[in-house]
Design a protein around this ligand. Structure first.
Ligand code: PLP
Length: 379
């Protein structure tokens, strides 16, 4: 039971990991003791069990646990044989890691604009950006929402490029009933602590139905090892393995992922009914059951609103304040202005969103927005 202070407002954080860990305190203690007792800290059965269960959750044949989400993407790009001279289309308003991973793999990102309503990729923008050098497109499931996967799959197939899904923000989201992580040749996940399914440190995974791709990624992530033996290194890989402890934590938390996503959806529905009418949430693609990694609205005079909310102890975030093509290291990767993403970047505001958010906290945010005179950009 949380006790409400007699006076003053309680702080509303953007995310409360503590209440998530508390709910699973006993299981997580058992995980720790189990891993210590086994003395298996890298690989071992706990990793294999999580990989099996995560593949099933994503309706895929294979999952490979890796060290983090960035390397999940980089390894997929490399395993697809994409590198120097190849272009990979990426939406500009993503977490920088999506673009960074393409560069780290030696390929050239080509940053494109997004649908101004949903902030996810549009097939037409992808189609327009394809050149003779384009090898792949990475669709990002931003904020827990997915792009129209039928259209993206069609464009990728028609033009002969690979579709890769960056599902780092969409664990448990669905598009026409199909889970995030089930689209394209491979899908990449991060289990950074703040994601919908979060480890107790860095962790990630790739899921795919392609057996040969799975073997290459597993080998690349483990020093280029061959299946024939631990001392046979058949390619130059790296160390990007999933820790045993993280795998065991993830298995414990996977059991409650759907419950927690359900609570996030309830928070989202409550926001929709209680927000001041002029404040419009970023739209969800038709057919998507969002995982609500973030609940993002668009407001006029965003920085003032944000500061006024902070004065009332209401924390907010911005995902993301600067589209990647506006960041110094990535400027070269767009051919011109990308107006949808640029306009959104000045208006978007991520409201507190976490499974155990109370009705009182939600009310504080909505009342706070009204009190500080927040309104939508068009008003
Ligand atoms: C978090 C995230 C990543 C990177 O994951 P890390 O585990 O932090 O390396 C990549 N893409 C998106 C969209 C993300 O949100």
């Amino acid at each position: 039971m949380i006790t409400v202070p007699q006076e003053g407002r309680r702080r509303v954080p953007t995310l409360d990991l503590g209440s998530m860990s508390s709910q699973l305190a006993e299981e997580l203690d058992a995980v720790w003791h189990g891993v210590v007792a086994s003395s298996a800290f890298v690989a071992g059965p706990a990793v294999a069990i999580f990989e099996r269960d995560w593949a099933a959750y994503c309706a895929r044949r294979y999952a490979v646990g890796v060290a983090n989400g960035t390397e999940a993407i980089e390894l997929v790009v490399r395993a697809l044989g994409i590198g120097p001279g190849d272009e990979v289309i990426v939406p500009t308003n993503t977490f920088v890691a999506t673009v960074e991973a393409v560069v780290l793999a030696g390929a050239t990102p080509r940053l494109v604009d997004v649908d101004p309503r949903t902030l996810v990729l549009r097939a037409s923008d992808v189609d327009d950006a394809i050149t003779a050098r384009t090898a792949a497109v990475i669709a990002v499931d931003l904020h827990g929402n997915l792009p129209d996967m039928n259209e993206l799959t069609r464009v990728a197939d028609d033009r002969g490029i690979a579709l890769v899904e960056d599902a780092a923000q969409a664990h448990g989201a669905r598009w026409r009933g199909r889970p995030a992580g089930s689209f394209g040749v491979a899908s990449c996940f991060s289990f950074y602590p703040g994601k919908n399914l979060g480890a107790f440190g860095d962790a990630g995974a790739v899921v795919t139905d392609d057996a040969a791709l799975e073997r290459r990624i597993r080998s690349l992530a483990n020093h280029g090892r061959a299946e024939s033996g631990p001392n046979v290194h058949e390619r130059i890989g790296r160390n990007s393995r999933l820790d045993t402890l993280q795998a065991a934590v993830l298995s414990a938390k996977l059991r409650v992922l759907d419950e927690w996503n359900g609570l996030r959806r309830r928070v989202a529905a409550a926001y929709r009914s209680q927000l001041p009418p002029s404040i419009a949430p970023v739209e969800i693609t038709p057919g998507v059951d969002s995982a609500y990694h973030q609940f993002v609205v668009r407001v006029h005079d965003r920085d003032r609103v944000r500061a006024a909310l902070a004065d009332r102890d209401i924390e907010t975030g911005i995902h993301y304040p600067l589209p990647c093509h506006r960041m110094v290291p990535y400027r070269a990767f767009a051919s011109g202005p990308l107006p949808g993403a640029e306009a959104a970047a000045t208006e978007i505001l991520s409201l507190p969103m976490f499974p155990h958010m109370t009705g009182e906290q939600l009310w504080s945010v909505c009342a706070g927005l009204a009190d500080v005179g927040a309104h939508g950009p068009a008003a």
